[in-house]
Design a protein around this ligand. Structure first.
Ligand code: FE2
Ligand code: FE2
Length: 195
């Protein structure tokens, strides 16, 4: 039975995400993307709660259905009573990879752009002596950007495509992503040795 359509709360979103995703790294990724989405929503004067919640759940079907990523999320979310625009946003992050849904809303373009980038920022932070995102600048990530063997799973071309959709420079996008991740540094394991 489907729940009535309603605006999900953050705690509802987290509970639902954790029900489908037990892996520490997937939960950390969800919290990273949430933090950046909140930061970006604040920067653009948009709905911080909504952007954060969508960032939090964007990979909800990944752990259980990796071969059908983005294909199962609509059912999971609609059965939980989530509104259509939330579902559209979640599915659009896989545009050209595992979904046909193009990011159109600004929120969707940001999600598309920062999803992979959080992985590169994390990997770069963990290479530093402090193992922290708190004292890291964009230049550290830019150096790693050019080394294709470093964090080879991070698809740089997706990030470039996302930056293009947003109409921002990669350097600025990296800076904003770092600033967003700093806000969740402890929760995502990137506080390191910085007091
Ligand atoms: Fe994904
Ligand atoms: Fe993701």
């Amino acid at each position: 039975m489907s729940a009535d359509t309603h605006i999900p709360t953050r705690s509802e979103a987290w509970e639902l995400f954790c029900k489908y995703n037990a892996t520490e790294s997937l939960r950390g990724h969800a919290l990273s993307v949430e933090a950046v989405m909140r930061y970006m929503a604040r920067k653009y004067g948009e709905d911080v709660e909504k952007w954060g919640i969508i960032g939090l759940v964007h990979d909800i079907d990944y752990e259980q259905f990796p071969q059908e990523h983005c294909k199962r999320s609509p059912t999971i979310l609609s059965e939980a009573g989530w509104p259509e625009d939330y579902i559209h946003a979640v599915v659009s992050h896989g545009w050209g990879i595992c979904s046909e849904v193009e990011p159109t809303h600004r929120m969707e373009k940001v999600l598309y752009a920062v999803d992979e980038l959080t992985g590169l920022v994390k990997a770069s932070a963990l290479m530093r002596p402090s193992r922290s995102v708190l004292d890291m600048e964009a230049s550290s990530v830019k150096k790693k950007w050019k080394d294709a063997r470093f964090a080879a799973g991070v698809n740089r071309s997706i990030i470039e495509k996302g930056a293009g959709l947003m109409g921002v420079e990669i350097g600025d996008l990296i800076t904003d992503t770092i600033l967003g991740m700093r806000e969740a540094a402890a929760a995502i394991g990137l506080k390191g040795s910085v007091a």
